[in-house]
Design a protein around this ligand. Sequence first.
Ligand SMILES: [Zn+2]
Ligand SMILES: [Zn+2]
Length: 697
Amino acid sequence: MFPISIYTGGTVENGPMGATYNKAPSASYPAPDDLTFDDLKRKIFQLTGINDHENSINLNARWNAGTGGSHCFVLLPICDNSMWRMLVEKTLSSATGWSIVELFLEAVPKSGPTHNDPGGKSQSNVECPENTSDNPTQESREENQEEPLPGEKSEDKESQEFTDEDSIDFKPRDQSTLYVGRLFYSLDDLRRAVREYHIKQNRKLVTQNSSTDKYVVKCMDPECGWRLYAASGKDGDYFQIRTIKGEHVCSNEVDGQDHINMKSEFISHLILDLVKKKGDASPKEIQDFVQELYRCRPSYGKAWRAKELALDHLFGEWKASYAELAPYLNAIQVANPGTKVEWWSDSTTDPNVRLFRGVAWAFAPAIEGFKSCRPVISVDSTILCGKYGGRILIAVAYDAEDHLLPLAYAVIKDEEDESWSWFMRWLREVVGPRPLCVISDLQDSILSLFNQPDSGWYTGTGQAFHRYCSRYLCESIRDTFKNDDLVELVQWVSRQNQLRKFRSGMMRIFHINQEAYNWLVKLGARPNEESAYHSWSLCEDGGFRHGIMAANGNECVFNLFPRIQELPITALVELAFAKSAETFANKREAASKIEVEKQLWSNKVTATLEARRAKMSQHQIISIQSQSFFYDEVEVEKRTKVKHTLRLGHDQRSCSCQKPKLTGIPCSHLLTVCAFRSFNANCLVDAAYDARQLLAT
Ligand SMILES: [Zn+2]
Ligand SMILES: [Zn+2]
């Protein structure tokens, strides 16, 4: 048996936990485990009074797609038995701790709308329960109404009244109130709802019995006699109000005083949002806030305790985890001088308590090694699904072999624009003043740092450059324009090093989708800029991205820690440190082998140079305009009949193919001219690829 709640006549809204319904359920029904979709529909027609000859129904289940303890509800259309059985099985196995099937129901007239009789109701095809719930004549038509309305039967033998669970079927008497049949996911939820109702009414309660399977409360006024009885379902997985006896006749004068049933735990749930937004809210502000909501004012002491509890609900697990993390990070810092750690928190009214927002760290060997890497960093983030939630931010560098080198990490509680700003400002302090290119996704919070003079990443200083990751660029194109051919073309265009290929590619994009063309032209541009091709295309890059097109932070994180998303934070830091140490040990070993073999460049660059040298035989020098050492202008003709113009001299080493500038490695054309002029091509290779640099990383 499992409980089904049926909602109809209201609308679906999106709340903080996802989809929710703006009305109380119209009916609740304990269903047998093997209920089929057809049986379900029959039961729904019976319970709601919707005429099945004239209407069909659209069913959506409220499905908990949350992970761990968190709830995130989405609507799942249920149109056939297989979908329905899947839902039932998942609910019965209750992987998410959710064991109630909630169905949102919409009745659709089979032969079009026939609302031609606004005054009467007999002609209406759709009998929405909320239209009829106040109408006893409609209710009496319910076929399945075997139980009398609450209060009509003796209340003394409450526990025997509902032995036949199958027959529980009551319409809510008031949508926002307590009513017989109402289901609660837990005793806590039930208690909170009962208290809230009474605090709003300014009536006081005494609990008579509160146990794992039973909850009985009555009015504090002995003259009043109001009483509520609720019991758990057979498997103890939900609570249901079984009887409510009488109506309150006690006084509920508004006195603005404290309410005996308003405990600090209750208040703590009311003020979660307030405390989240404003960690330093004072007890007086909390008193005012509660008084605004209800007609009573909690005592100062209660408000103070409620805030402590709310902080615990919001940050308790983090607090515990960070209590462990702080000494651990301190120990790493002591053992590895030069390791940087940065905490990010907000102040509260208590000078000893701060609200945690994030922590960032960079290990000393990574900071040291980065000095020998090309001046490129890619930044990326990924969500943490563990108990604590949050996000990990990572900055990755590239060594001379193009291996990824995790440079810095941060774990943040919530991803906000501010998080990137905080992390990037700190990162600049860690890496020091040095011209650096940052590759990232397309979010504005990162780009905007490069337009802020005080961010440490202001492009105006010539010390910082921002480039988009081509993978994120393509994802964005795919999401925006839904055209796979276009995505492929944009990827090709973004990676071209020759201007003429870039231009012809852009023309093709213009013809395929003009909107996409305009989007690409404006991408990354400041308001006063015509275009910012350098932000995403290799050919306009100017060599700052060193040929690196994609931000590989996520890849790096998952390679290092395949299960990172499930780790508690302390384990995450420990593992990051161990993996970093291992990565650097491996690198040094690989680099030392290269030295032994007297190799000048990293393996990757050596291989690239060899491949380019092999192409030299395909080129022919067709003219050399100057014999001066400083300026050579040479044309080389390939078999493809494409001519390239080169400059080779003291400070000049360029080719119209752009490869030397964009990658820091001479192209086959330049190598051809070097050979002709007996010029040592080795000094044209970027120093960052030097085998000695590799050893230093
Ligand atoms: Zn009362
Ligand atoms: Zn070239």
